[in-house]
Write a protein that binds this ligand. Structure first.
Ligand SMILES: Cc1cc2nc3c(=O)[nH]c(=O)nc-3n(C[C@H](O)[C@H](O)[C@H](O)COP(=O)(O)O)c2cc1C
Length: 238
């Protein structure tokens, strides 16, 4: 299977990007990355793009932490330890059982596609746990970004702003031939990540994004999630 990826030299990727339509329509989540660090200069360009995201009253409530190298390895080890011990420090609730009707079906289809891509048989509980735990190894990405945010009221609007930032970050990656994956799984360990990075308890985390150069041969990248048709999501009124 060939992946639709922009291929740019890392030196020129700063300036050469896909068109918006190519970017929006080819972006996808990657679950396997090459052992090749993204140069800081290029990360900064992506960050400059993401910084243009809109936010409620222009509050720009994102507090962004890029982690790589030894720090990321140590963090991964810590997250695996916590996961194995069943210790979770999520800032926000997440109930997978709450997805009803078609949403539940889409959630199940996504899980099935991932475990099939990973060659994990139905009923193989340990295999599933191993495949899910790859989230905590950042799917081998040499860098990850953690999006922290202050708390205002019920956090719903701030969470929307963080989503805007996250998607702008992801689209910027895609437009430059890079890839990423937003991960609520990392949010389940928000407290551990906060402690490891010395971040104030006042800041909360919804999700992180592992990113880098996608590995075309990684099993986790074999899946491709489709979308329902426009008519299932959109109503025109006049
Ligand atoms: C906020 C957010 C959190 C996500 N968390 C995870 C995660 O923890 N692990 C994972 O493998 N995928 C995660 N995903 C990726 C989704 O499964 C993916 O976006 C969806 O299946 C659509 O596929 P696509 O991104 O390839 O188009 C997350 C996506 C979003 C937007």
């Amino acid at each position: 299977m060939t992946m639709q990826l922009a291929r740019f030299d890392t030196d020129t990727a700063k300036d050469e990007t896909l068109t918006f339509q190519q970017t929006a329509r080819t972006r996808r989540s990657f679950r396997g990355f090459l052992d090749k660090a993204v140069p800081d200069e290029l990360i900064r360009e992506v960050l400059k793009d993401a910084q243009c995201a809109p936010s409620n009253c222009n509050t720009q409530p994102w507090d962004v932490h890029i982690v790589r190298g030894q720090k990321l390895k140590e963090l991964s080890q810590r997250l695996h330890e916590k996961n194995d011990a069943g210790e979770f420090t999520s800032d926000f609730s997440f109930d997978m059982g709450a997805f009803y009707g078609p949403y539940g079906e889409r959630k199940n289809a996504q899980g099935k596609a991932y475990y099939e891509a990973m060659n994990v048989m139905r009923g193989d509980k340990e295999g599933r746990q191993r495949a899910a735990a790859l989230n905590l190894s950042f799917f081998n990405a040499p860098q990850a970004v953690f999006l922290f945010m202050p708390v205002f009221g019920d956090s719903v609007r701030t969470a929307g702003d963080i989503g805007m930032y996250g998607q702008t970050f992801l689209l910027s990656l895609a437009s430059r031939g890079l890839g990423g994956i937003p991960q609520t799984s990392l949010g389940f360990h928000a407290g551990t990540i906060r402690e490891a990075l010395g971040i104030s308890d006042d800041l909360k985390m919804l999700f992180g994004i592992s990113f880098g150069y996608p590995d075309e041969h990684a099993p986790g990248n074999r899946m491709h999630m489709d979308r329902v048709s426009l008519s299932d999501s959109v109503t025109f009124h006049s």
